[in-house]
Design a protein around this ligand. Sequence first.
Ligand SMILES: Cc1cc2nc3c(=O)[nH]c(=O)nc-3n(C[C@H](O)[C@H](O)[C@H](O)COP(=O)(O)OP(=O)(O)OC[C@H]3O[C@@H](n4cnc5c(N)ncnc54)[C@H](O)[C@@H]3O)c2cc1C
Length: 386
Amino acid sequence: MRTEVVIIGAGPAGLLLAHLLHRAGVAAIVLETRSQEYVAARIRAGILESSSVALLESVGLGARLRAEGHEHRGIYLQWPGQRHHLDFVDLTGRSVWVYGQTEVQKDLVAAGTAEVIYEVTGVRLHDLDGERPSVTFTDRDGAPRRVDAAAVAGCDGSFGPSRQAVPAARTFERTYPYSWLGILADVAPSTDELIYAWHPEGFALHSMRSPSVSRLYLQVPNDTDVRAWSDDRIWDALSRRLGHGQDGWTLTPGPITDRSVLPMRSHVHTPMRHGRLFLAGDAAHIVPPTGAKGLNLAIADVTLLARALTALLHEKNPAPADAYSDDALRRVWRCTHFSWWMTTMLHTSGDPFDAELQLSQLRWVASSRAGAAGLAENYAGLPIGL
Ligand SMILES: Cc1cc2nc3c(=O)[nH]c(=O)nc-3n(C[C@H](O)[C@H](O)[C@H](O)COP(=O)(O)OP(=O)(O)OC[C@H]3O[C@@H](n4cnc5c(N)ncnc54)[C@H](O)[C@@H]3O)c2cc1C
């Protein structure tokens, strides 16, 4: 097989890149290890920043988002006895949208612009230093296959082979001493916008997926066994940490339909390019989910990458491809810092000195327009390309 760009991974980064390239007239084939159903059902991110929404709308992927997504003006920040609303629209002129990654994925599949080969195994990258790289794999029927291309896009997440194909890479990493226990519940959210709660027992987050589905998280120790958390234990901890009863607010529990433990990690893999291989999304970087940046960073990366590959392959202009890694990493580091900052401000360590610093910082963010605007600007998202 021959194409212009072979994309490894059909997550949001890979499928959106294929969509953007298709619109630019650049041919691409996507290789994915999992089945289409598995990829479509994976429950992950749920918040789109303003530049992600603008990008999706500008490429014909905004109709369902506008109809079924929910625009939020901001978030609530709280600690025991206090709840403050940060109004991003008032502070920065930008909002965020609640629209699940599964929905973005469905819209990309429905667009029908990506040629995807699902359930491949043994993916290997070759000749990345030259102008004719290739990727070999075994298809679902067990037949060995090969795609020749002019460029390879590594959109295969943190465990794929693309990251390993960058020689002399430098990685930066931080593992946090806590994880998130996340649940999906068939119950209307008890809040109109997300609540980020600091509590001496640990952080809690009340998020949502739709008017009838809530998504909630609890800070738990690393290596927590999800079976040790009964439904009652989860709802009791959420009630305490989210302030059930505080100023008359109540948390309504409901049937839990999904639960999992998510480790918290920051990871940046540099450079994001080697020869004709370009990394995008989780293949190049992981952020803890506290800043809601993982999906948004993937969208920002592939927006830059689609422009760079179009210029390289159709306009014989290598400059955007040469600048891709540095350009993408500027935003990656901004989001890495923001995600680290939100994480370390809100998760308790058990150290009383740390707790007082965290509370002091929360009081400052909630009471100073400059402090609130800094959080709002980063959370609602900077324009792509900055
Ligand atoms: C459990 C979980 C919960 C998350 N929750 C949040 C959240 O609440 N908020 C937030 O902002 N972010 C969250 N994230 C992060 C966010 O989902 C990711 O940043 C986002 O999915 C990145 O998209 P991607 O396309 O780069 O990577 P992925 O979505 O990981 O897609 C990579 C794709 O490559 C495929 N692949 C892997 N290896 C190969 C191979 N060898 N060959 C071919 N294909 C391969 C994978 O099957 C996958 O489909 C979460 C992530 C996880 C794992």
